[in-house]
Design a protein around this ligand. Structure first.
Ligand SMILES: [Zn+2]
Length: 291
C-alpha cells in the first residue's frame, strides 16, 4: 500500500492537531484486564500510553490515565520508573453512565490506546472473537461524551476491535479476522463502532504511540519528547516484571509485546528516535557542494 503524497502521515496529522489544541486536560484510556489471559493487564496499551503521557506532560498538559484497578500496580511501577509523578492514575469506577460521561466531557483531548471498543451490538471482544465483558463498562462513553463536548479525540489500535475504529467505514471490518463474524452469540463481529476524530491503526498499539511521541517531538522541535529504545526496554521489562503480559502469544511468561521480543520492540523505538534526531539536526548539518 502506498500513501498519497498529497496527504500528510497520520502521525503528523495527529501531532499537529494536538499541538494546535488549546486546553489543559488530557485523558488517556487504556488497559485490558482478562481474568484468564491478563489478570493484571496487558503490556500493549499502558507502555505506549506512558510514552504519550511523558510527551504531553512536557508540553504542559495535565494528564490523567484511566486503567482498570487490577493493572494499577504495574502501571504505577512504570510511571515511577519513567519519573512521571504529575500523571494522575485512576480506575474507571463511576457509579452510573451520567457520571462517567460528565467525567469524559471534562477533557480537552482524549486518547484511547489499545482499549476494547463496543461493536454494533454493544459487545466488546478479544481479537479472536471472545466476548470481553470485564473491566470498565464506560470506556467508550468517555470518548463519545468528549467528542460531543468538542474535545479532540484520538484512537490508537491494532486489530479493529478497539475504540476509534468506528472512524472507518464499516466495509473495513472485513480486513481484520473476525471483523465481520466474531463467532460469539452476538454475531456482529469484533469491529468497534466507537468513533474518534483521528485514528492511528498500528501493527502494535504501543509502537504507534512511540511513533506519535516522535511526531510530537519533530513538530515541536523537542527531541526529548521521543522515547529511546533503552527507555522502552526498561519500561517494558518493568511492566512485565510487575505483572503485565504480552498479547499475541500463549506463553504467559513471554518477554515482549504482542509476540515481539523486547529487544526488537526497543530497536523499533530507537530507530524512530533516530529519525527524530536526524530530522532535528537542521540545515546546517547538510553538506554543501564545497565540502
Ligand atoms: Zn460477538
Amino acid at each position: 500500500m502506498v500513501r498519497s503524497t498529497d496527504v500528510e502521515p497520520l502521525t503528523y496529522q495527529i501531532a499537529h492537531a494536538v499541538l494546535q489544541r488549546a486546553g489543559q486536560r488530557a485523558l488517556i484510556i487504556t488497559g485490558l484486564v482478562d481474568e484468564v489471559r491478563f489478570p493484571c493487564g496487558e503490556i500493549d496499551g499502558p507502555i505506549g500510553s506512558i510514552a504519550l503521557a511523558r510527551a504531553l506532560v512536557a508540553l504542559g498538559w495535565d494528564v490523567t490515565i484511566i486503567v482498570d484497578a487490577e493493572a494499577h500496580t504495574p502501571v504505577r511501577a512504570v510511571l515511577d520508573l519513567a519519573d512521571l509523578p504529575a500523571v494522575t492514575l485512576i480506575a474507571g469506577d463511576f457509579p452510573d453512565l451520567d457520571t462517567a460521561r460528565k467525567f469524559g466531557a471534562g477533557f480537552d483531548v482524549v486518547f484511547a490506546v489499545e482499549k476494547l471498543g463496543r461493536n454494533a451490538k454493544g459487545v466488546r471482544h478479544l481479537v479472536w472473537g471472545t466476548p470481553s465483558p470485564a473491566g470498565d463498562p464506560y470506556s467508550d462513553e468517555y470518548v463519545l461524551a468528549a467528542m460531543e463536548a468538542g474535545a479532540l479525540t484520538i484512537g490508537i489500535g491494532d486489530n479493529g476491535n478497539e475504540i476509534g475504529f468506528g472512524k472507518l467505514p464499516r466495509s473495513a471490518a472485513q480486513i481484520t479476522p473476525r471483523g465481520v463474524e466474531c463467532g460469539c452469540p452476538c454475531g456482529a463481529g469484533i469491529f468497534s463502532v466507537t468513533p474518534c476524530d483521528h485514528l492511528l491503526p498500528a501493527s502494535v498499539s504501543n509502537l504507534g504511540c512511540y511513533t506519535l511521541a516522535a511526531a510530537l517531538a519533530l513538530l515541536s522541535g523537542r527531541a526529548e519528547l521521543a522515547v529511546s529504545g533503552e527507555e522502552i526496554q526498561a519500561w517494558t521489562e518493568c511492566g512485565l516484571d510487575a505483572g503485565l503480559r504480552s498479547g499475541g502469544v500463549d506463553e504467559v511468561d513471554f518477554r515482549g509485546d504482542d509476540g515481539i521480543p523486547v529487544r526488537y520492540v526497543a530497536a523499533h523505538a530507537e530507530l524512530i528516535a533516530g529519525v527524530v534526531h536526524q530530522g532535528l539536526l537542521g540545515d546546517a548539518w547538510i553538506a554543501t557542494p564545497e565540502h
